[in-house]
Design a protein around this ligand. Sequence first.
Ligand code: PMV
Length: 309
Amino acid sequence: MSAPGKIILSGEHFVVHGSYAVSAAIDRRVRVAISETPGQEFEIVSNEESSHLFADDERFKAAKSVLRRAIEQYGSPPTGIRVEIESEIPPGSGLGSSAATSVATSAAFVSFMGKSVSSEEVLRLASEGEKSVHGNPSGIDMRASYLGGIFLFNKGSGAKPIPIDRALQFLVVFSGKSRSTLELVSKVNRKREMFPASFDRLSQTASFLSLEVAQAVAKGDLPYLGSLMNLAQLSLAWIGVSTQELDELIETILCGDVFGVKITGAGGGGSIIALPKPDKADSLLHLVTTKYKSSFLTSIPQEGLRWES
Ligand code: PMV
């Protein structure tokens, strides 16, 4: 099984407090394969590390939480299992690595146990992985990993796919600084407690921007989409999730041929996204890769959860 990471075009953080947000799957994925092994060992491995399901360490936290919950529910498989995880998404980069891992692990285990892979079941188990890493996630990352595409999301009403005629292309720049979503969400909570009225107004603005973003995406109105992204960035800076390095990176990118640029995900490091002008994506990528080597272009829409042979 494999599941994609995500970007958020508008509404991150505010979505935790009930606002609308817009998210899309990207073409960076996490692949999870589960196979039987002799004996009773439950081993989890990737290219870099390995651990055991009940080992008390921080490795593979999201996958372990999903698997422990799944075993409580379905019982242990009769043999040992080997869970192989191959990820193209750096952890803590704001690109939904834990959600993609949780969704792919959940679906791989349900299918390994011979059960039907329903969306409710996959998302319910995957939420255990997300909670272990994020505390109280809005669920937007998991929806992107499961559904793919691009969609408007709200905690109450769930995900509503946005139909698009022509693919969109975004530049994604990982600052190289991994950080904890849980800590950033707590920081934003403190800001909200300090300035409840302003925060409330900004939450309403985030919903308004997200509804406008959804329409701009559906119409293919890239200049307007870019200007909405720039506006969303101002709110993210106010709630304190930008950093001096991200501000400088955003300034640099704004000197290139872009319609808009903003943090994506929790901020505090992590990644930014930019919407290039037509035919300028490659030159924009070139502008940032000298310093930020893991930058890449992704087209939208991308497939969500999928079977891998
Ligand atoms: O940075 P990430 O990929 O963990 O994105 C989190 C998005 C938030 O809105 C900050 C949190 C959430 O649960 O929605």
